[in-house]
Design a protein around this ligand. Structure first.
Ligand code: ACO
Length: 345
């Protein structure tokens, strides 16, 4: 348990008359590919420097999946680790939710491919797409099924092979991203409040500032679309930065308010790992202490939907979070989408 003073927090679900059962994260797991690509490696392929990347983003290196390694392979490995830690067999999983913007293919879903790889043949399976906010969206969707007693065990996975949609000739974007996967097992745990609240939001008016325009029904893959590089991620970095800070702060404040707690009651804040400057700005505005903010983006870069899941796994493994602690997840991504969740661990 943490040495923080006990805080009686409001359970917002109960406040609104909700009579269902609570939903906890029983265990998490993460997997990142073995291959490390450093900033110095990138200096050899685009006009950039380790100094620029480090000072503008905090990223030092990222993991890049092998050619024959797909998003479902990363997700399945993270899932198996979480399942083992939770003591959950494949047959016990009722529902698999996979958050990703880099599915193995447009269809069938990556969730179905992971279901087969982990042998969870009884489970329903679906992909969701909320870009970097996908893991929190997935947790909130999954917990509804636990709270309503529809399912007893939900597996939520954030998995990405972003290296497959990065334009390796574009220094504005290729230095920022990496591959990886994180997974969480959701179950009811007696005597635990678990997921207390999740505030999610979206603003489709700003859809164009971060997008992969090609490969869908609007611009199907053609020789022309490939020629125009439409099947790569495109981003207006400055706009994304501004919107990220504003939306993450707003969502985090709303989540804390709903639980009737302040940032001081939070043991660990796990922000989306996109850019150290974004995280520092969010931390400043929330008046968080630096030791409350968890960061591992120096090792992995931005892994989109996997980002907070991988960070949560690492924070738990490093002993920064113990059962009973209050933690805050806060995310932002393309869409635009954003979200914050308060969890009693
Ligand atoms: N190496 C060297 N120079 C570079 C690089 C690079 N890798 N990339 C860009 N530059 C140059 C630019 O061309 C520009 O040069 P110019 O002034 O001659 O045109 C100069 O550096 C400054 O660029 P800025 O855009 O002003 O740099 P900024 O300080 O804004 O940092 C960054 C850029 C890191 C992209 C920042 O804007 C950022 O982090 N934005 C948010 C990105 C993000 O989080 N995206 C993910 C969202 S989550 C999701 O859903 C995937």
């Amino acid at each position: 348990m943490s040495d923080l003073p006990d805080k009686e927090f409001t359970n917002p679900r109960a406040e609104h008359g909700f009579m269902g059962r609570t939903c906890s994260i029983s265990a998490v797991g993460a997997y990142v590919p073995e291959r490390i690509v450093t900033n110095r490696d990138l200096e050899k392929i685009v006009d950039t420097t380790d100094e620029w990347i480090t000072s503008r983003t905090g990223i030092k290196e990222r993991r890049i999946a092998a050619d024959d390694e797909a998003t479902s392979d990363l997700g399945a490995k993270a899932a198996l680790i979480a399942m083992e830690r939770a003591g959950v067999t494949p047959e016990e999983i009722d529902f698999i939710i996979v958050a990703t913007i880099t599915p193995d293919m447009p269809f069938p879903s990556t969730a179905c491919l992971i279901q087969q790889k982990i042998g969870a043949h009884r489970a329903a399976a679906v992909d969701i797409e909320a870009a970097c906010s996908g893991f929190i969206y997935g947790l909130e969707i999954g917990q509804q099924f636990i709270m309503s007693r529809t399912y007893d065990c939900v597996l939520v996975i954030g998995a990405e092979k972003l290296s497959s949609i990065i334009d390796w000739k574009d220094r504005n974007t290729c230095v920022l991203f990496g591959d990886g996967a994180g997974a969480a097992i959701l179950q009811h745990r007696p005597q635990a409040h678990g997921l207390l609240t999740a505030c999610m939001g979206a603003d489709g008016r700003k859809a164009n500032i971060l997008a992969m325009p090609g490969g869908g029904s609007l611009h199907p893959a053609t020789e022309a679309s490939v020629h125009d590089r439409l099947h790569y991620l495109r981003m207006d970095g400055k706009e994304v930065f501004k919107n990220a800070v504003t939306a993450m702060c707003r969502a985090a404040k709303e989540a804390l308010k709903r639980c009737d707690i302040t940032v001081d009651n939070i043991k660990c804040i796990i922000p989306h790992q996109a850019n150290k400057r974004i995280i520092d700005a969010v931390g400043d505005r929330l008046k968080a202490r630096p030791d409350q903010l968890f960061m591992n983006l120096d090792k992995y870069g931005n892994t989109s939907a996997a980002s907070v899941a991988v960070a949560l796994d690492e924070a738990v493994e490093q002993g920064k979070i113990e059962r009973g602690d209050l933690i805050l997840l806060v995310v932002f991504g393309a869409g635009l989408t954003w979200g914050a969740a308060v969890i009693e661990w």
